[in-house]
Ligand binder design. Structure first.
Ligand code: FMN
Length: 373
């Protein structure tokens, strides 16, 4: 019996009706405390690792000159301010993406702004990039680096500050990148969140090109630069992004962010506010996103003939869903909503399952193996 899904989750979700953002903050606070303890937290770190980490030489990945102990990462948005950047590895993650961070510190949208849709195994969020800004993140990551405890690659996801006009987006991204360049192993241009007004318009060629050009000019240490795309893009728009990815030598694509689509949802209203899901602002993550995100991964893999590494994210709850994304073309995977629903044991469960399914086959042979018509 799984303690989390059978006892703890029903208690937390239904019994206590705990606000999901409050719960999230408690977890971050605990993680931040463990981070702050540094070496002195080794006992607890080892205890967590013994429960949740799954070591397998077969699952190790090498990409962009980085060593990933396994291909399953924590997606952006969970640890926006990087307060527990070296802790997530103890819960089994093979890499961590912090952020989205913006140049200006900002409070995000008014609460409530994170909702569970249990009947759909989904979440709706309109957080709006609440974060302490790039400077504070740089300081936090510098302190963590001095602690020397992190053993998995760290990505930093960059967004545009809400108060910065869209016409000045380039400077906003470049300033954050300049501040943070030393502290991340890879960087992500986030132009796909639905919760900053106009942000997704930056996915258009005319607006994206100067951002990528500006970032690569600043990229003196040749850090891998990726772009995270929305699942709601038209194929022609995605094609343009893939062309730009080639022109500006991007290291990869993250597919996908949350969706604006409300198709097929069972949930009609959001209990705390009584808003209609159909019209409530925000992006949907979790199960409803799964097929669409896999479809986009497959499309990108085919279009780029497997030449552009893809991080697959969207609705992964099970080993089969993880496998499906890899065989559609993803080299690495990330989770957020599935992990929140399934609990911390999910990472180990998926990794063990992937190792079994590999059965000695090389990982590289599985990537994209089901991408061709
Ligand atoms: C509460 C919440 C906050 C998020 N914040 C961010 C963010 O700041 N930046 C970002 O790129 N993606 C963010 N995401 C999107 C996730 O990184 C991921 O792309 C998406 O949720 C799909 O994966 P999932 O179905 O496993 O959750 C957020 C998702 C959730 C649920």
């Amino acid at each position: 019996m799984n303690l989390y899904t059978n006892i703890l989750r029903p208690l937390i979700f239904s019994g206590l009706r705990a606000d999901p953002e409050w719960l999230h903050q408690q977890l971050l606070r605990a993680g931040g405390q463990l981070e702050a303890w540094g070496e002195q937290g080794q006992g607890l770190r080892q205890l967590l690792a013994s429960q949740y980490r799954y070591n397998s030489s077969q699952l190790r990945q090498h990409l962009w000159g980085l060593d990933f102990p396994n291909p399953l990462g924590l997606a952006a948005g969970f640890d926006k301010d990087g307060v527990a950047s070296s802790v997530w590895q103890e819960l089994g993650f093979g890499f961590v993406e912090v952020g989205t961070v913006t140049w200006q510190a900002q409070p995000g949208n008014p609460r409530p702004r994170l909702f569970r849709l249990p009947a759909d195994l989904a979440a709706l969020n309109r957080m709006g990039f609440n974060n302490h800004g790039a400077r504070v993140l740089a300081q936090t990551l510098e302190v963590a680096a001095q602690g020397g405890l992190r053993r998995v690659p760290l990505g930093i996801n960059l967004g545009k500050s809400k108060i910065t006009p869209l016409e000045e987006a380039v400077g906003d991204y470049v300033q954050s990148f300049r501040e943070l360049q030393a502290w991340g192993d890879y960087f992500v241009v986030n132009v796909s969140s639905p919760n900053t007004p106009g942000l997704r318009t930056l996915q258009s060629k005319a607006q994206l090109e100067p951002i990528l050009a500006g970032l690569q000019t600043q990229n003196t240490s040749a850090k891998p630069l990726l772009i995270k795309v929305a699942p709601d893009l038209a194929w022609e728009d995605l094609d343009e992004i893939l062309e730009l990815a080639q022109t500006y030598q991007l290291a990869g694509v993250i597919a996908t962010n949350t969706t604006l689509s409300r198709e097929g949802l069972k949930t009609q209203t959001l209990p705390p506010t009584q808003e209609l899901v159909a019209t409530a602002p925000g992006g949907i993550s979790g199960a409803p996103l799964q097929a669409k995100s896999t479809e986009m991964i497959r499309y990108i893999y085919r279009k780029t003939q497997g030449q552009l590494p893809i991080i697959g994210v969207g609705g992964i709850f099970t080993v089969d869903q993880a496998w499906e994304k890899i065989s559609a073309g993803a080299s690495l995977l990330q989770v957020y909503t599935g992990w929140a629903y399934q609990g911390p044991g999910m990472v180990k469960e998926i990794l063990r399952g992937l190792e079994q399914r590999l059965a000695g086959q090389a990982w590289a042979e599985v990537i994209g193996s089901a991408a061709n018509p």
